[in-house]
Design a protein around this ligand. Structure first.
Ligand code: ITT
Length: 208
């Protein structure tokens, strides 16, 4: 399929394999800023969410993308992200969304993280995103983005989502991700970096 889009002037339709609206907003912004012949569709509501049973971000990203390829017959783009805290030996990691329990809210997860780190001086952490674009012919593109930083002692800011109010990224001018606009966050974040790298690979593949 390489380069074919260049010659027949087609738009590649990609279904976003995430149910997380905050992620959709960030990913959409990255694709608005690159010029690719791509249209992004929201995840169809009738398709059941897959269980994230993988033991790595890559496995979970693949599970989410393949489920949507199978359900729609279209290319699908997934994001799996984890917060890895140095003093917690990489936790919550692949379990970031379920850290405080199966149906934990963002606030529950943040509260648990701050409790775990209450007596801990080493606040180093990193976010890691694996972005995976799966095609119906079984090919895939994969890209990873990482940002290192520190976990604050108190939440700051009302933007972003998840652990953003307690994550102070390196190179972020002393702001948490929750104190940044989507554009600012994307310019240095795990997700921004992963999806920009993926968009570059897609651009090469499409010859655009
Ligand atoms: P999908 O699986 O539908 O994409 P999800 O929210 O379950 O959505 P993940 O499995 O990747 O996504 O879960 C990662 C969790 O990590 C997510 O629920 C947030 O709590 C947190 N997280 C992910 N990206 C984040 C970000 O950019 N900033 C802060 N927290 C984030």
């Amino acid at each position: 399929m390489n380069h074919i889009y260049k010659y027949i002037n087609m738009i590649l339709t990609i279904v976003l394999a995430t149910a997380n609206r905050d992620k959709v907003a960030e990913i959409t912004k990255v694709f608005q800023q690159v010029s690719l012949p791509v249209e992004l569709l929201d995840r169809p509501g009738h398709v059941p969410e897959v269980e994230e049973t993988g033991s790595t971000l890559e496995e979970n990203a693949r599970l989410k993308a393949r489920a949507l390829v199978d359900a729609t017959g279209k290319a699908a783009l997934a994001d799996d992200t984890g917060l890895e805290v140095f003093a917690l030996e990489g936790a919550p990691g692949v379990r970031s969304s379920r850290y405080a329990g199966e149906h934990a809210s963002y606030a529950d997860n943040v509260a648990k993280l701050l409790r775990e780190l209450d007596q801990v001086d080493d606040r180093r952490a990193r976010f890691r995103t694996v972005a995976l674009l799966a095609f119906p012919d079984d090919t895939e593109l994969l890209a990873e983005g990482v940002v290192s930083g520190m976990i604050t002692r108190i939440p700051k800011g009302n933007g972003g989502f998840g652990y953003d109010p307690v994550f102070l990224p390196n190179g972020g001018g002393g702001l948490t991700f929750a104190e940044m606009s989507v554009e600012q966050k994307n310019s240095i974040s795990h997700r921004g970096l992963a999806f920009k790298a993926l968009a570059d690979r897609l651009s090469e593949m499409l010859g655009s």
